[in-house]
Ligand binder design. Structure first.
Ligand SMILES: Cc1cc2nc3c(=O)[nH]c(=O)nc-3n(C[C@H](O)[C@H](O)[C@H](O)COP(=O)(O)OP(=O)(O)OC[C@H]3O[C@@H](n4cnc5c(N)ncnc54)[C@H](O)[C@@H]3O)c2cc1C
Length: 387
């Protein structure tokens, strides 16, 4: 069996059965079920597909990781079950690439073993996340450490996280892309406060799916917990986002593929009159055919971009990375919308299918990791040869 086939069998046996409880918000049942699924994933060698084998992961290439990620994307719980959910996966990759041996021991290893969760604090309410070089969270030198003060929000997974990777300005007068630095801040550090879990489109704002508002008031961070060089925060964030966009895009491919399966099943089964299935309608056939073609094209585009990142690096592939982020999010949202529409009222229910959940939760795909318009600008300016 190939890795995607093994992953598919795991998903169907251990993750899809948890969906009814997940959609009905039965937290305890979901937590227990995900815990059991994680044990199976670990024992079956399906743990941390994004990490090398030396860290207990599957040791996959970015392309192979994309294939596996598309399988996991078929369920809202897929990535969590294999310990490769956002933002933990990105933080693990970041700590693996930029962390000192001591930081890897204290932060990366517990994360890779699934013992703790983490979050990533970059976006601020008072500043546009679309311009990440403009922020007001400050870190000032204090003895052999730093004092960090600032205000973050949309800090995904902060509820229950052990630490937060925080972006803070260390040199406000420096060149824009060298002003900020990353720090690993334990969430129980004095002065670190989770103000609230934000109410986001009706999605359960708790645990790994929470999006929090966070304050840092004069939080003391030892220099040993500075991640990467002073002034390298923006560069590290960009490096984190390159492969991260492959993760997101392949998860969205998985969502779109399952939504298409649901659309086809509905079109075959639902009869508008005796012997007249919904699938006889040309409009529904158009949804099915165009969804199929668009998903196939998006899948190939994302995998091709993953191969390019492996060959030339995320920076050189940045126009393609922007293109897949822009394109795949819209394809996924359109397919989910058609599938939901074909289900009629049943499509609106948080039972039976994850379509309503995806319809709400995945709208954010066109906003986070760069809003559509930012990617449009990146692609167009590059093609126009603009400075
Ligand atoms: C569900 C969710 C999870 C998130 N998780 C995290 C997280 O874990 N950590 C974190 O730090 N952040 C996170 N974010 C924040 C996310 O990265 C920001 O919302 C995003 O970068 C946009 O920033 P903003 O919200 O400040 O919008 P703004 O920057 O204020 O932009 C608002 C709108 O302006 C338009 N716009 C922006 N730039 C341009 C342009 N160049 N040209 C034309 N129009 C433009 C776009 O339509 C954009 O949507 C998350 C967001 C969501 C919704």
């Amino acid at each position: 069996m190939t890795d995607p086939e093994r992953m598919r069998a795991f998903l169907e046996a251990h993750v899809l059965p948890l969906e009814p409880a997940f959609l009905a918000d039965r937290h305890d049942e979901v937590d227990a079920g995900v815990g059991r699924a994680r044990e199976v994933a670990r024992a079956s060698g399906l743990w941390c597909p994004h990490l090398p084998a030396s860290l207990g992961g599957m040791g996959l290439s970015l392309v192979a990781l994309g294939e596996v990620g598309a399988v996991l994307g078929r369920s809202p719980l897929g990535h969590l079950a294999c310990n490769c959910n956002a933002p933990d996966a990105g933080n693990m990759e970041l700590l693996h690439r930029a962390g000192t041996p001591d930081q890897q021991e204290r932060w990366l290893h517990p994360l890779a073993q699934g013992l703790v969760r983490s979050c990533f604090g970059m976006t601020e309410p008072e500043h546009p996340g679309s311009n990440p070089v403009w922020m007001s969270t400050r870190a000032e030198r204090d003895g052999d450490g730093w004092r960090v003060t600032g205000h973050k929000w949309f800090t995904t997974g902060a509820d229950g996280a052990s630490f937060c990777v925080v972006m803070a300005v260390t040199d406000p007068d420096g060149p824009p892309h060298a002003r900020a630095t990353m720090f690993v801040v334990p969430t129980d550090a004095p002065g670190f406060t989770k103000v609230r879990d934000l109410p986001v489109m009706g999605a359960p704002s708790r645990g790994p799916a929470s999006h929090a508002e966070v304050r840092l008031d004069d939080v003391w961070v030892p220099d040993a917990d500075r991640l990467g060089p002073v002034g390298a925060g923006f560069r590290l964030a960009q490096e984190r986002l390159g492969p991260g966009r492959i993760h997101h895009c392949m998860r969205w491919i998985g969502i779109a593929e399952r939504a298409l399966d649901l659309l086809v099943a509905r079109a075959r089964q639902r009869e508008l009159a005796p012997g007249a299935p919904l699938g006889n309608k040309q409009l529904v056939q158009s949804w099915i055919a165009t969804s199929y073609a668009r998903i196939r094209a998006a899948r190939l585009l994302v995998l091709d971009t993953a191969a390019r990142i492996e060959q030339v690096g995320a920076r050189a592939a940045r126009v393609d990375v922007a293109a897949i982020k822009l394109h795949t999010a819209q394809v996924m949202l359109d397919v989910v919308d058609h599938a939901l529409q074909a289900h009629g009222g049943a499509g609106m229910l948080d039972e039976g299918t994850p379509l309503a959940w995806w319809y709400r939760h995945e709208r954010a795909a066109r906003i986070y990791d760069g809003a559509d318009e930012v990617h449009v600008e990146t692609i167009a300016r590059a093609l126009l040869g603009a400075p």
